[in-house]
Design a protein around this ligand. Structure first.
Ligand code: SF4
Ligand code: SF4
Length: 189
């Protein structure tokens, strides 16, 4: 339903406009002074020296999850590449020597210049091998090729950076790795 808003008629001071202009200018000066003298109160950060707080649910740079023995959890099924709307995932698999899985991944590349960070690849993965919880949101490289993350980059992460994630702690160096190796019947170092 339409609502009629009655406008308050301007008084003679407002009709002069000079005082209203000065009032607007004062507001501008107030904000400028706050930026100069009470800088820490501003709702901004001095990037890149100050870094924003990123949640682990934010879709950031990818990582590949690891098994207790340090091999990627990825079984080279290609579901993530099929789901990717930007066609920026390139996978090559080969037959696995481990009898529990049919294939293992040989090549896993993600072109972060083409990626739109939609997260569909993560959703499509049937074995929870791919995550985007690294909190890495800025990419600085000199050449276009360097924006392509390879298998070695994607498995290069530290369980200490994911203390609350049980799956990450199963990887080598994690708090649950020894227990997981025993469960798998693998040699505990
Ligand atoms: S986040 Fe989206 S665009 Fe990027 S690799 Fe995954 S599916 Fe492709
Ligand atoms: S969907 Fe998962 S298991 Fe399949 S290729 Fe992608 S990361 Fe590997």
């Amino acid at each position: 339903m339409a609502r009629v808003i009655k406008q308050k008629p301007m008084n003679w001071v407002e009709r002069l406009y000079v005082f209203e202009c000065l009032r607007g200018l004062m507001t501008t000066l107030k904000h400028a002074a706050r930026g100069l003298f009470r800088y820490e109160e501003l709702p901004t950060i001095s990037y890149p020296e100050g870094q924003p707080e990123i949640r682990n649910t934010y879709r950031a740079k990818h990582r590949l999850m690891l098994r207790p023995d340090g091999t990627p959890r990825c079984v080279a099924c290609g579901m993530c590449a099929a789901a990717c709307p930007a066609h920026c995932i390139f996978i090559e698999g080969t037959q696995s020597e481990d009898g529990r899985i049919e294939k293992r991944v040989m090549r896993f590349d993600i072109d972060h210049l083409t990626c739109v960070f939609c997260g569909l690849c993560v959703e499509a993965c049937p074995v929870d091998a791919l995550r985007m919880d690294t909190k890495k949101i800025s990419f600085e490289h000199r050449t276009r090729d360097e924006f392509v993350a390879h298998l070695s980059d994607l498995i290069d992460w530290n369980p200490a950076d994911y203390p609350d994630d049980a799956q990450s702690q199963v990887a080598p160096g994690g708090t649950k790795n020894k227990q997981a190796l025993e469960t798998w019947g693998l040699e505990v170092k």
